[in-house]
Design a protein around this ligand. Structure first.
Ligand code: GLY
Length: 599
């Protein structure tokens, strides 16, 4: 352990006390604990306490170790909105399964977490049924038929901001089709049943709290040029804490979907409102675009890491491949150095660099691009990449300027009492998407077109520099980093459900939370609170959260040749569930808002 890290006696003691207090041990049954003991289900109380005390955060880090997670015996929903998590639990308690609950949570997020929860965006769902069946659903947005490769480049060859703001920024939304498809195939309830909580939230409203109000204020620039300002900025002010936010247009839209199914959105009155809105502002999404939209079932990316199995998202998301490639590289270094050390940060950075270089140049929508999936996820290829890593020196990639990073994707994790699991990530891309709010429809449109390489070789809003594989083509899905992930233990039993928001930091943060649990032996609460790192090849900078690395660690990394910089704000937004003996631990992102609700 690096000298610069501290684990005070008080912190260690409080961790032990928390573990003891949370998990009183009946004489015969194993205590419900997290960390590696959860994996082997040890009855050894000493090992339990030691495992749970394994985290050590740098001095000055914003979170303490040893915080208690939400515990539940039967089922858990974790999302960025307590109201949305409660919607999921309501459905589970009414007899629904994890897919029913995930769809309920997704629609509820559209009402209760409008910066990222959506029906005007897209997403990915990763499902594992208790009987072992495993599948993913891609409901990523598609480029409109009238789109073209250089539509965001002006006459002087300069990239405009039309891929991020306003009417031209939106892809054809996939969320409603995706959630309805998942429900039809693997749910047990009707749309009307699972959408009831979302309709209630929109129709009867909910009490605005200070965090929600601050979130709306943060979206002022995106929202106020468009028609959503009347709902979210009544009288010109962000909806105030203590007031009730009612979304009547959204309630009507949700009721139409609940009664008539996704056709109402893609061909019926909602499609009429959406296309009318597009036409008013010079957008290009047509009725034909909406009519043609289809979600796609895909085989998960299945990879292994030291005996654990990871089920993750295939293209059109890069999440699963990039994670598998990184973990395969890291597997060549056993054991990994401790979290917080310069050696660990160096290995992560060099592995991320190599995986992101492949991601940024080789991956795209499989309907348009032949993704070298077998090569990139092969252990042999990873061994070659691992051998290139110099343990003492950073390698180099050319630097580019990065732009500010948005976080407005949202991930939610669900497990039910039968052991079915759903990991879902959904997004408008930037906060409140393009800002365009569909009159009569009551929802924000995405600005997902910016996830294409709008000008191959030029950074997008996440600073990602990507190539032709992800260039715009009509009907193509833009490459995503979303990575809803399910982890199985070495016995093949469900262990973790996780995923994140935060553009490319989705991949690194999701992986770091998983590594913190299965390799660094942290409790889920500590794994989620631990400082995060990020490297995406370009820009060639290892980013860390302020006070998340000790000065000595930063100095060591610089001496190795890394460009190291604190990130502006937090890295990613993760929502996770971990199986523990006797039930589940749920933790929502401590850097953000949310709710872990179980029973
Ligand atoms: N919009 C963020 C992503 O899909 O990666």
């Amino acid at each position: 352990m690096s000298d610069s890290l501290h684990r005070s006696r008080a912190a260690l003691l409080s961790t032990l006390l928390v573990v003891a207090a949370c998990h009183p041990q009946p004489s015969a049954a194993p205590a419900p604990v997290s960390g590696p003991t959860a994996i082997v289900e040890s009855r050894d109380a000493t090992r339990v306490a030691m495992a749970a005390a394994n985290a050590a955060f740098p001095s000055g880090w914003r979170f303490p170790v040893g915080v208690k997670p939400t515990e539940a015996e039967h089922a858990m929903v974790v999302s960025n909105s307590r109201l949305a998590s409660e919607a999921g639990i309501e459905i589970l308690k009414a007899g629904g399964n994890a897919v029913d609950a995930a769809v309920a949570t997704g629609f509820a997020l559209a009402a209760a977490f409008p910066s990222a929860g959506n029906i005007g965006g897209g997403g990915f769902m990763n499902i594992r049924m208790a009987d072992g069946r495993s599948m993913t659903l891609d409901y990523r947005e598609m480029a409109p038929l009238a789109s073209s490769r250089d539509m965001y480049v002006d006459a002087n060859g300069k990239l405009t901001n039309n891929s991020t703001v306003g009417y031209l920024a939106s892809g054809v939304p996939g969320s409603v089709a995706g959630m309805a498809e998942a429900l039809k195939k693997y749910g047990t309830m009707t749309l009307a049943q699972v959408m009831a909580p979302a309709i209630r939230l929109a129709e009867q409203g909910f009490m605005v709290d200070s965090q929600f109000s601050r979130g709306i204020e943060g979206g002022r620039r995106a929202i106020t040029p468009f028609e959503g300002k009347a709902v979210f900025f009544p009288g010109g002010e962000a909806a105030k804490p203590g007031t009730r936010l009612v979304q009547s247009d959204l309630a009507r839209t949700l009721k139409l979907i609940a009664e008539k199914g996704p056709k109402a959105f893609y061909e019926g009155p909602i499609a009429d409102s959406l296309v009318a809105e597009e036409q008013r502002g010079g957008g290009i999404i047509t009725k034909e675009d909406l009519r043609r939209y289809k979600p796609e079932w895909r085989t998960p990316i299945k990879s292994t890491y030291r005996g654990y199995t990871l089920l993750a998202m295939p293209p059109s998301s890069s999440g699963g491949i990039t994670m598998a490639e990184t973990l395969n590289i890291l597997e060549n270094f056993a054991p990994l150095p401790p979290a917080g050390s310069a050696k660990y940060a160096h290995l992560l950075a060099e592995s991320y660099r190599r995986a992101f270089m492949d991601r940024n140049s080789k991956l795209g929508d499989p309907a348009f691009v032949k993704n070298p999936l077998n090569q990139l996820t092969s252990k042999t290829y990873a061994k070659v990449l691992a051998a290139q890593i110099d343990l003492k020196h950073a390698s180099k990639t050319p630097a580019f300027e990065t732009r500010a990073e948005g976080m407005q994707t949202t991930h939610y994790s669900v497990v039910d009492n039968m052991g079915n699991a759903v990991a879902t990530t959904t997004t408008l891309n930037g906060g409140y998407g393009s800002g365009v709010w569909v009159r009569g429809g009551g929802f924000f449109m995405n600005n997902e077109m910016d996830d294409f390489a709008a000008q191959p070789g030029t950074p997008n809003m996440f600073g990602l520099v990507q190539g032709e594989a992800n260039a715009i083509r009509p009907g193509k899905r833009m490459l995503s980093a979303m990575d809803p992930t399910i982890v199985l233990d070495p016995q093949g039993k469900l262990l973790m459900v996780t995923g994140a928001a935060g553009g490319p930091t989705i991949i690194t943060a999701t992986m770091e939370v998983i590594l913190n649990v299965i390799e660094q032996h942290m409790t889920l609460a500590d794994a989620m609170r631990a400082p995060r790192l990020h490297h995406q090849a370009l820009p060639d900078t290892l980013r860390y959260e302020t006070n998340g690395m000790s000065v000595a660690t930063v100095d060591s990394l610089r001496a190795m040749g890394h460009a190291v910089a604190p990130n502006r704000g937090s890295l990613a937004n993760v929502n996770s569930i971990l199986r523990v003996p006797g039930g589940w631990h749920g933790v929502y992102e401590p850097r953000s808002v949310g709710g872990a609700v179980g029973y």
